[in-house]
Design a protein around this ligand. Structure first.
Ligand SMILES: *Cc1c(COP(=O)(O)O)cnc(C)c1O
Length: 372
């Protein structure tokens, strides 16, 4: 059995360090938004390269509070991709705004800047590009459109911590960047967590108030907020793991290169393409194959933990039915949801395992072709 991700292997390498800092938190008596959260915010601002970060309870909250902080709500439209995790559009729905979908670039799976402009209306307030699978979006083109139409940009970086576009980390191009520390992410806690990156001090203060019941001063409430505070145990764990994130991302990139080489002679397997001048962090290693559902089943039976991210595009999900998007409206997105499959990818994956994954996938494709 080769899992898509094995968190226990990572714990085996740094468990001692983590147990030490968790015990320190337990003894400290300070459990929420304490010294570890403050330090994590400073360390991550330095790592990502922005003025401020605000630690939150989840990536979903980061997206939600980013929209709130920019006063986006009822009657407003936000352009984004349908080829992402539902949290991206859920956040738009939570604030009462309307997601508007632009099709993807089939090479990178990310929103195609050329498809954004035709979706802009007088109601459009913002664009949410999603750096899917750890691949940076074409930020020059997106920021150019945002400037010309005076739109906000909120980057969904939940799968892309450490990823760079032209030497600059994602989450620093738009007005706000949103990160998730869900355990399976490249920098994952041992519970939920999230983060906002921001350069504007005003926006930072607004988000700090929103995360703690809408008031900067205790028991003084200026607006309806939420409880989205990060706890000290998660912050302490994330501070340990932050020391390793660059090495882990390097290992993921090396694994991606190995997979690419193993599939180099297989015209049926389309390996991921990177935009020039980007640093991709391979949250997922996702290929396109024919007869995908069948091969997915065969891989599962062979003990290979392959996954489908995401089997139904968001414009065709029941939750967004009332928006009236029909099949055929986003052809590249719809085509890719039918042929993508993500293979085992985590820093501790071994070369032997990668070879097994590759030869099994190649075999399954040959078998499914012979059966036709
Ligand atoms: C994980 C993820 C989120 C949500 O993050 P949570 O911390 O699980 O709330 C949002 N967008 C994308 C693209 C994600 O992968």
């Amino acid at each position: 059995m080769i899992p898509i991700l094995d968190s226990k292997r990572q714990y085996a390498t740094i468990g001692n360090e983590i147990e030490k800092v968790v015990c320190e938190v337990l003894r400290s008596g300070s459990y929420i938004l304490g010294p570890n959260c403050k330090a994590l915010e400073v360390e991550l601002a330095k790592y990502i390269g922005c003025n401020y970060t605000v630690a939150l309870n989840s990536g979903t909250d980061a997206l939600h509070l980013a929209l709130r902080a920019l006063d986006i709500g009822k009657g407003d439209e936000v352009i984004t991709t349908a080829f992402t995790f539902v949290a991206t559009t859920e956040a738009i729905g939570i604030v009462g705004a309307t997601p508007v979908f632009a099709d993807i670039d089939p090479d990178t799976f990310n929103i195609d800047p050329k498809k954004i402009e035709e979706r802009i209306t007088p109601k459009t307030k913002a664009i949410i590009p999603v750096h899917l699978y750890g691949q940076p979006c074409d930020m020059d083109a997106i920021m150019d459109i945002a400037k010309r139409y005076n739109l906000y940009v909120i980057e969904d970086c939940c799968q892309a911590i450490g990823a760079e576009y032209k030497g600059q980390k994602v989450g620093t191009f738009g007005d706000i960047g949103c990160y998730s520390f869900y355990p399976t992410k490249n920098l994952g806690g041992m519970g939920d967590g999230g983060l906002i990156t921001v350069n504007s001090e005003n926006l930072r203060n607004r988000i700090i108030a929103l995360r703690n019941h809408g008031g900067a001063i205790r028991y003084h409430h200026d607006e309806i907020g939420v409880n989205s505070r990060l706890d000290e145990i998660q912050a302490a764990i994330l501070r340990v793991k932050l020391n390793y994130i660059d090495d882990w991302n390097k290992q993921r990139r090396a694994h991606a290169k190995t997979y690419n080489e193993l599939f180099a002679n297989c015209p049926d397997i389309q390996t991921p393409k990177e935009l020039p001048d980007t640093y991709c962090v391979y949250h997922q290693y996702t290929v396109k194959i024919p007869n995908r559902d069948n091969i997915h089943k065969m891989l599962q039976e062979a003990g290979i933990g392959a996954m489908l991210y995401y089997p139904i595009p968001l414009h065709l999900q029941k939750v967004h039915e009332h928006l009236g998007w029909s099949k055929g409206s986003l052809p590249n997105t719809e085509k890719d949801t039918e042929c993508v499959i993500s293979l085992p990818m985590f820093p501790e994956l071994t070369l032997e395992e990668q070879k097994t994954v590759a030869s099994t996938l190649i075999n399954c494709i040959e078998k499914s072709k012979a059966a036709v």
